[in-house]
Design a protein around this ligand. Structure first.
Ligand code: PRX
Length: 658
């Protein structure tokens, strides 16, 4: 199909608002079988959310001590505070994800089917996972870790990463997983904010056949992380590593000495389970805090509903555990459900562009969850890589991280799903803990590009600047009207910022930070962020964080970062820079790119750097981001970017518009 034809067919999809109803064979055995069934459950849950969640919590989690109060929440007109769920109860997230299955006779079921990038593989049953997790929990204890201590994890996608997370949960330690692409600076910032006691890493990580030096990066970070007492190192690549006697320990040495007897510690429902840092609209990343019972229940139920969990599923979520998707839909959700999960270590195009399809064929994956940025890459790489493999095991497909454009949706549907697999376009955030809006695949017809409807127990409201609800098809800010168990419980060590970011603009409702509209069929369409947060390959990046990194370079006077459309990444980072005394050379451009990479990590490295004499500003001194976005998108001033341009002159023409 020519690109003109493709875009015509996309236009048709958008104009017709074509509906893709669930195939009958799918609905037949699904958890939710019809729209009516969904609506009845949703209405009942919305009428009394605590009653709805109370029943599920009692039935679905293991309680060492039952809870006495379902929800503690002051009707927050003037006092928006942290909701507490299942107060007075004691449970353990690791117990729910591992021991419960062993205790109930499912210990022989495979929990993890792991595929290493170089082609090695490993399978672990729930009983084996219990042993490994217990041993590592004892190893952590031997290093002095006690409930409430923070453990930072900077590891490749190996089974040990999941084991480490679960081992922390088992003994009540709070994990903070840091994506293994972040820089030493970023690790140190996170360690210092969390007050990390123990750091877990590996010698290296495989990425497209190359061994990345994780331990070296961690050492650099630890030089600036005063609270860290111990560092545990998994041997993965076998490369040479720097070593600090007394502080550093090999994973395998600790495991050799550790006993497999380590009962899960009963934890308060509201005991912190993990911190996960994410970008906000100010410079410093936010430590999103999630707690034990509510998060665990929410991850489990949303996994079962959205991915229509069936006992014989082989489920693969391609996300890294460094992101919330890896937390909720690789570890805590599917494992609480007792699912068999595929975990893959490496890149989708190593050794070739068919690696994902090879894995689906090899493990007979039935449910596959990935991101639009990956789907766009697959389309670009060409159908021949898909055609080599038998994908008939697939029955359901998922998407997360950004809106999926109809073209990518259609390709996913036809080429990967063979037109028989429903697609769940899942909208949620690090803060929400789990999926908030998504088709229930047996019940809700999909419209490509829409995350469709809220899950039971989720009450979204789209509001205007005054906080008033808007009508159908009118855009506004997306908020959530009632607490749900998976919601964040604050920002680590920063209550004021928590209130300010999520609860101050629209009193009494959780402000998601996205714009959205709801059409006359009750379908939601996410329309992008309300703040200066970029979405690059499904990852959140703060423009201010990138700008701060740039101005920390001695040559830079001022910087402005904006997003511009990018074929694969969704958004690419474009920056405009004014210099102090330096010459605007290509060399300097390269150096600045590397500088951002060093300060934050490879994912934040700008795609374009433009030098300018001055940044366009409004009369009140605000950078005119909209103008810069247009320029970055090529709408104006296309041409040789190596020349210094004066955007201030343009700004004068546009000043009134901003
Ligand atoms: O803007 C929305 C976008 O990603 C943001 C959340 O990013 P993060 O906390 O990193 O979590 C990503 C994985 C859950 C949201 O505020 N987003 C996420 N999923 C979608 C989406 N935008 C449109 N459609 C989605 N399905």
């Amino acid at each position: 199909m020519s690109s003109a034809e493709t875009s015509r067919s996309i236009d048709t999809v958008m104009r017709e608002e074509r509906l893709f109803p669930p195939p009958e064979a799918f609905s037949h055995r699904a958890h939710f079988k019809s729209l009516d069934e969904y609506e009845v459950v949703w209405e009942a849950a919305a009428a009394d959310p605590p009653a709805f969640w109370e029943k599920l919590a009692r039935e679905e989690l293991h309680w060492f001590e039952p809870f006495t109060e379902t929800l503690r929440w002051n009707e927050p007109q003037s006092q928006p505070f942290v909701a507490e769920w299942f107060v007075g109860g004691k449970t353990n997230a690791c117990y729910n994800c591992v021991d419960k299955h062993v205790a109930e006779g499912r210990g022989d079921k495979v929990a993890i089917l792991w595929e290493g990038e170089p082609g090695d593989s490993l399978s672990l049953t729930y009983a084996e996972l219990q042993t490994e997790v217990s041993k590592f929990a004892n190893a952590l204890k031997s290093l002095g870790v006690v409930p409430g201590d923070r453990v930072s994890i900077y590891m490749p996608m190996t089974p040990e990463l999941a084991i480490a997370m679960l081992a922390c949960a088992r003994i009540g330690a709070v994990h903070s997983v840091i994506f293994a692409g972040f820089s030493a600076e970023a690790i140190a910032d996170r360690n210092n904010d969390a007050g990390t006691k123990v750091m877990l890493t590996a010698d290296g990580a495989w990425r497209r056949g190359k061994a990345l030096a994780l331990k070296e990066t961690v050492d650099e970070a630890l030089a600036k992380s005063a609270t860290v007492e111990h560092c545990v190192v998994l041997k993965r690549t076998g490369q040479e590593v720097p070593w600090t006697e007394g502080r550093d320990h090999w994973w395998h040495d600790l495991m050799q000495e550790a006993s497999a007897d380590c009962p899960a510690t009963p934890m308060d429902s509201e005991a912190p389970l993990f911190i996960l840092y994410t970008s906000g609209s100010t410079g410093k990343p936010k430590g999103i805090k999630h707690t034990t019972a509510g998060y665990n229940l929410y991850a489990k139920k949303t996994y079962e509903w959205v991915f229509d969990y069936q006992e014989d599923d082989v489920y693969w979520c391609t996300a890294d555990c460094g992101w919330i998707t890896g937390h909720s839909y690789l570890v805590y959700g599917p494992m609480a459900a007792g699912a068999t999960c595929v975990m893959y270590e490496g890149a989708p195009n190593h050794p070739a562009e068919d690696r994902f399809w090879e894995i689906i064929e090899k493990y007979k994956v039935s449910v596959f969850y990935t991101a639009p940025t990956a789907i766009r890459a697959f389309i670009k790489w060409g159908d021949e890589h898909v055609d080599k493999h038998d994908l008939s095991s697939l029955r359901l497909l998922g998407s997360v991280g950004e809106g999926i454009n109809p073209e990518a949706w259609m390709w996913y549907h036809t080429k990967i799903g063979g037109e028989r697999c429903p697609i769940v376009d899942t909208w949620w955030q690090t803060e929400t803990g789990g999926i908030m809006m998504s088709p229930l695949p047996g019940a809700i017809a999909a419209k490509p590009g829409s995350c469709t409807k809220p899950l039971p127990g989720v009450i979204p409201k789209i509001v205007d600047e005054q906080g008033a609800e808007v009508g159908a098809d009118q855009g506004g800010m997306l908020t959530v009207a009632h607490p749900w168990p998976g919601m964040l419980r604050g920002l680590w060590g920063d209550d004021d910022r928590y209130k300010e970011v999520y609860w101050s603009k629209v009193p009494g409702k959780y402000l998601a930070g996205d714009n959205a509209r709801c059409d006359s069929d009750g379908y939601y369409w996410i329309m992008g962020r309300i703040d200066d947060v970029l979405n690059v390959s499904g990852h959140r990046l703060s423009t201010i964080e990138i700008e701060s990194a740039l101005v920390s370079h001695p040559a830079v006077a001022e910087a402005a970062a904006v997003g511009r459309p990018h074929e694969l990444k969704g958004e690419a980072v474009a920056v405009f820079v004014t210099l102090k005394d330096a010459e605007p050379t290509d060399e300097l451009r390269k150096e600045l790119k590397l500088h951002v990479r060093k300060e934050i990590g490879a994912l934040a490295q700008p795609d374009d750097i433009r030098f300018t004499n001055s940044l366009p500003k409004t009369r009140s001194g605000k950078i005119m981001r909209r103008l810069l976005r247009d320029i970055a998108a090529g709408k104006e001033l296309v041409g040789d970017t190596s020349t210094v341009e004066d955007y201030a002159a343009l700004a004068k023409l546009r000043d009134d518009e901003e």
